[in-house]
Design a protein around this ligand. Sequence first.
Ligand code: KG4
Ligand code: ZN
Length: 330
Amino acid sequence: MRDLILGIESSCDDTAVALVDVDGSVVASAKVDQTHIHRAHGGVYPEFASRAHVAAILPALDQVLLEAKVTPKHLRAIGVTRGPGLIGSVLVGLNTAAGLGMSWGIPVVGVNHLRGHLRSADLELARVKYPATILLVSGGHTILAHLKEPNTIAVLGTTRDDSVGEAYDKVGRMLGLGYPGGPAVDKLALRGKPSIPFPRPMLNDGLDFSLSGLKSAVSRHLAAKDSSVAEDVAASFVDSILEVLTVKCRRALNAHRSASLVIVGGVAASPQLRECAEVLSAELGVALCLPPLRWATDNAAMIALATWDYLLAGKCPKPVPEARLSIVEY
Ligand code: KG4
Ligand code: ZN
């Protein structure tokens, strides 16, 4: 008899369902992407996101159960994102999970999405060694934290304005690259030279971040219509972001004894960031723990693995929506 968690994620623009074992093996997973719906709006359009989740969630569920030949009797619990996120979107996952839990007679755990990202680096293979310094860089969040052990989290720094993913998306829009901007900006940057001296906000100032000034500098530069090419603008923007992230991670690792550097969240899919992180971890002699590429952006496997942590710690937050949640909360 298999003992699995069914994870459900619908906090933004991905409808995802996955079945995960206690050791982080992913037995089956499905993700329905809504990019084609939001592209025309230059960003996620919340009402369309909720409607698309409603249409996608039950087919995605059927797909993973059939693929894995799993029935409700194989499931220990359902873990579903309760926030932070777009409340209409979160509610689709929560309501689906509540209905399934009631009819199958199994518990439903409301999972903190940030805790999910945190655990993504251990999917398929346990990688993280503690104590660990973690950088979470996504569309909604930028958090630097230190974990003495798996559930002892101290936040070291956060962003005072835009998140890293948001800065990538806004610069992508300014460069006419569509939504989401992150992967497109990275790709364009590979063909350019980092020749424009964009600011490195708060570089010499603690462990917090501020990215809105960098985004405005890119906007002013483009408005001035000088002769620089888009490739160089993208390369210079990425260079600035990478320097800020590297300096902050080095500062955190030097101040807090760590066996590993963990980088998670959608921006952890960036090949340039992954390369910088490799150089930094080799320089400081710490293990680098990155999620496999497909588990860097939003997914349900990370929510299921976080649910195992909750159950093992005897925690069962209710599956009710929460617009704001800190990473230190279960
Ligand atoms: O974790 P995620 O899927 O959703 C949130 O929880 O926000 O992160 C999405 C963010 C978007 O801002 C997207 O542009 C960014 O991750 N992203 C990237 C890359 N792939 C996704 N940013 C830079 N380089 C990438 N390759
Ligand atoms: Zn996310």
